[in-house]
Design a protein around this ligand. Structure first.
Ligand code: PLP
Length: 464
C-alpha cells in the first residue's frame, strides 16, 4: 500500500535504541517547541502477543474509536486483528487498509440509516442492536445483517461506565427483542456486552458471560443459530497493567458456559488495552507564574506551569475519559525516585495553553522548580486522546513520531498493509529530528529578556 502521507512513516530504531531514546533525542536537539508524541509500535505488538497467550480463545476486534491513527490501524491489520467500527467513517478507514469486511463488526447499537446502508453496500454484515427501532431499521436497510444483541452488565468499578446508554436488560428486554427479530425474519447470531471502559472489577466478566449464556439458550430455542459471543471492551492498558486476573476469569467462564466443543466463535472489542501504553507525550513549559505567599514574601507558595497541550487537545481525556495524567519532568525521566529531586518539590499546577480557565491538566501536585523551556513527559497517552483533540485557540494537535525496534520491524515489514514504504531505516535519528524542527530559534531571537530556550535544553542535557 502506497503511503499518502509521509508523516505516517515508522522510524526503524538502531539496535540498542528505544522510544525514550528518540524522545530524548528530539528534545535535546533543541529545535522542537510543539508538543509531540512518540509511538512505540513494539508496544502494540507486545500487547497483541500477550493477548494471544492469555486469551487464546478470544479473537480481538480493535475498537477503532479509541485511537484511529493510521499507523495503529495498519499495524493491527498486519497482525491480523479484526476491527470494531462505530460509524461509516471508521468502516471506510478500515476497509481502505484492505481489511476484509468479514473482519469488521459494526458495534454501535444506534446507527444512522445512511451508515446502515453503507455497511450493507460494503458487505459489513455483523452489527449490534439493543432496541426495537434498530431492528426495524435493519429490517428495511440491511435485511441480511447478522445481528448481535447487546445486553447490559455493568462493572462495579470502571473508568467510564457505558451501561446507562447502551445494552438491553437481559431479563426484561432481551427476550422481547429476540422474538421481534424472529417475527421480522432477521438473523440473530450472537450476544455482546461492554462492562465499562477501564474495568476495575474483573469478576464482572464472569457475570456477563453467564448472562450471555442465558440469552444464547433462549435464542437457540427460538430457532436462531447462536454462534458469536462478543466480550466487548474494558481491558485496561496502562504501563505495567497485568491482564492476568481478567483473563483467568474469562477463560474459566468460557470453559464453563461456552465449552470449545460447542464451536461458538468468541470475539472481543479491546480499545485502550492495545494503545494506551504505546504513546508517550512530550509537552513544553512555555510560560510560568509564581504565586507569592504574601506581599513581603520572596518565596513562591505555588507555581503555575503552562504547557503547549491541554484539555482541548490530548488532555481531553481528563474530561471525557476521566483519566489521571501524571507529569514526569524530562530531566528526571530516568530516575523519578531520585531522593535529591524529592527534596526540592514545590506545590504546583499545570495548565493547558488556551485562554479557558477550565484548561487545567494537573491540580495541586508537587513538582521541582523548572524554568520555562523545560519539558514534561506524560506516559500512557494512547487511549481516547488524539481522536478527540481539537486545535482550539490555534494550538496544533501534537504530531506522532512512530518508532519500531529492528526485530519487531523484521517480523512486521512484509505483512500487508505494511510495505517497505512505511519504514525509514537509517543509522541516525536525523530523519526524525528534521521532521520535528519548528520555527523556534527565530522566535526566541525576539525575546531579549528570557534565556534562550536552547540553553535551557543545555541545562537539561547536562543533567542527563
Ligand atoms: C462498543 C464498544 N466496544 C469497545 C469499546 C472499547 O472499550 P475499551 O477501550 O474499554 O476496551 C468501546 C468504548 O467505548 C465501545 O463503546
Amino acid at each position: 500500500m502506497k503511503l499518502e502521507n509521509p508523516e505516517d512513516q515508522i522510524y526503524v530504531l538502531e539496535r540498542g535504541n528505544d522510544a525514550v531514546h528518540v524522545m530524548k533525542s528530539i528534545i535535546l536537539s533543541g529545535m522542537k517547541e510543539d508538543a509531540f508524541y512518540v509511538l512505540d509500535i513494539g508496544e502494540i505488538v507486545r500487547k497483541y502477543e500477550e493477548w494471544k497467550v492469555k486469551l487464546p480463545r478470544v479473537e480481538p476486534y480493535y475498537a477503532v474509536k479509541c485511537n484511529d491513527s493510521q499507523m495503529v490501524l495498519e499495524v493491527l491489520a498486519a497482525l491480523g486483528t479484526g476491527f470494531d467500527c462505530a460509524s461509516k467513517g471508521e468502516i471506510n478507514k478500515v476497509l481502505s487498509l484492505g481489511v476484509d469486511p468479514s473482519r469488521i463488526i459494526y458495534a454501535n447499537p444506534a446507527k444512522p440509516i445512511s451508515h446502515i446502508r453503507y455497511a450493507s453496500e460494503y458487505g459489513i454484515d455483523t452489527m449490534t442492536f439493543d432496541n426495537e427501532m434498530e431492528l426495524q431499521k435493519v429490517k428495511q436497510f440491511h435485511p441480511n445483517a447478522q445481528l448481535v444483541i447487546r445486553i447490559r452488565c455493568d462493572a462495579e468499578v470502571a473508568q467510564c461506565q457505558l451501561g446507562m446508554k447502551f445494552g438491553c436488560d437481559p431479563i426484561t428486554e432481551a427476550p422481547r427483542l429476540l422474538r421481534l427479530a424472529k417475527s421480522l425474519g432477521l438473523d440473530v447470531i450472537g450476544v455482546s456486552f461492554h462492562v465499562g471502559s477501564g474495568c476495575g472489577d474483573p469478576p464482572v466478566f464472569g457475570r456477563a458471560i453467564y448472562s450471555a449464556r442465558q440469552i444464547f439458550d433462549l435464542g437457540n430455542s427460538l430457532g436462531f443459530h447462536m454462534r458469536v459471543l462478543d466480550l466487548g471492551g474494558g481491558y485496561p492498558g496502562y504501563t505495567g497493567y497485568s491482564m492476568n486476573r481478567i483473563a483467568e476469569i474469562i477463560n474459566i467462564s468460557l470453559d464453563e458456559y461456552f465449552p470449545v466443543e460447542e464451536g461458538v466463535s468468541i470475539i472481543a472489542e479491546p480499545g485502550r488495552y492495545f494503545v494506551a501504553s504505546a504513546f508517550t507525550l512530550a509537552t513544553l513549559i512555555h510560560s510560568k507564574r509564581d504565586i507569592l505567599g504574601d506581599s513581603e514574601s520572596e518565596v513562591p507558595s505555588h507555581t503555575m506551569y503552562y504547557i503547549n497541550d491541554g484539555v482541548y487537545g490530548s488532555f481531553n481525556c481528563i474530561i471525557y475519559d476521566h483519566a489521571v495524567c501524571t507529569p514526569i519532568p524530562f530531566n528526571i525521566l530516568d530516575s523519578p525516585d531520585d531522593f535529591a529531586y524529592r527534596e526540592t518539590l514545590i506545590p504546583s499546577s499545570v495548565w493547558g495553553p488556551t485562554c479557558d480557565g477550565l484548561d487545567k491538566v494537573n491540580d495541586d501536585i508537587l513538582l521541582p522548580e523548572m524554568p520555562v523551556g523545560s519539558w514534561l513527559i506524560y506516559r500512557d497517552m494512547g487511549a481516547y486522546t488524539l481522536p478527540v483533540a481539537s486545535t482550539f485557540n490555534g494550538y496544533p494537535i501534537p504530531k506522532v513520531h512512530a518508532v519500531i525496534e529492528e526485530h519487531v520491524w523484521m517480523m512486521l515489514k512484509d505483512r500487508l498493509p505494511l510495505t517497505g514504504d512505511h519504514f525509514i531505516k537509517d543509522n541516525s535519528l536525523q530523519s526524525v529530528r528534521n521532521d520535528s524542527w519548528d520555527e523556534l530559534p527565530h522566535m526566541l531571537d525576539d525575546y531579549e529578556d528570557i534565556i534562550p530556550y536552547s540553553s535551557y535544553v543545555g541545562e537539561v542535557a547536562s543533567t542527563n
